[in-house]
Write a protein that binds this ligand. Structure first.
Ligand code: C5P
Length: 236
């Protein structure tokens, strides 16, 4: 798949989401559905959005024993999503099982990526709560290498880590990066942020953008600005 902007659909329920999407009469944006919406609206919301022609990143971050993750992924693969994810902390065996469960009998499957360390986890918390004593960026790169060893397609990371992940795992290893803000926009609760243009320069393959689009006075204009800044001359 080619580079794209993914809208984080952090809405409470289906009505709110559909009234947001109804504003898009010309484009079919790539959408991220997270736990809140999936648990509130159920798998049917994914089927409905696919039927409307959207690509879907199902962001459920699975993390359990390999057998359970494999079976859960087999169920999710029937939803025909385009991208889904697990926690790399579940181990290489768990990620391999996830990939196996996700793969259709004909050998095709959605893209599968892993979360390394959540950006909400500080180095101090990782060391004190999880007893992982190495520096955070070493842990992120180690988890990225494990993800690649398990045969997955890429990781979720900060745009600021994208270049290093590519240097360690290869240029075709995907980097999906949240934490994107317009240069003249509100940061909200995000700390380590970059603009769409900077994310492109840093090598992100997909940027995940929520509030700068969903809370904008004109969401369609904000989406178009994001696409144009991120894809530059490549599309737009
Ligand atoms: O509104 P905003 O652009 O901050 O939304 C970013 C989205 O990306 C949210 O759905 C958030 O949960 C998700 N995310 C993130 N940082 C991560 C992983 C996911 O912001 N490390």
């Amino acid at each position: 798949m080619s580079k794209d902007v993914i809208i984080a659909c952090d809405f409470h329920g289906k009505e709110e989401l559909l009234s947001f999407l109804d504003k898009f009469t010309e484009e079919k944006p790539f959408l991220k559905i997270g736990m809140e919406l999936f648990y509130a609206a159920g798998p049917d919301i994914v089927r409905e959005l696919k039927a409307r022609g959207h690509k879907i990143f199902l962001d459920l971050k699975l993390h359990d024993i390999p057998n359970t993750v494999k079976k859960a992924m087999a169920v999710l693969s029937n939803l025909d999503v385009d991208l889904c994810n697990v926690h790399a902390a579940g181990t290489i065996a768990m990620m391999e099982a996830a990939k196996e469960g996700l793969t259709h009998p004909d050998g095709t499957r959605p893209l599968l990526i892993a979360v390394t360390q959540l950006t909400s986890t500080s180095e101090e918390r990782m060391q004190n709560d999880l007893l992982i004593s190495q520096p955070l960026d070493e842990v992120v790169m180690h988890y990225a290498k494990n993800t690649k060893a398990a045969g997955l397609d890429g990781v979720v990371c900060s745009p600021l880590e994208a270049g290093k992940v590519k240097a360690v795992c290869g240029k075709d290893f995907l980097t999906i990066t949240p934490g994107v803000r317009f240069a003249d926009g509100d940061k909200g609760d995000q700390v380590r942020i970059t603009t769409p243009e900077k994310a492109r320069e840093l090598g992100s393959d997909y940027i995940v953008v929520g509030r700068p689009i969903t809370q904008a006075a004109d969401p369609v204009a904000a989406y178009r600005r994001c696409v144009s800044e991120f894809l530059g001359g490549e599309k737009a």
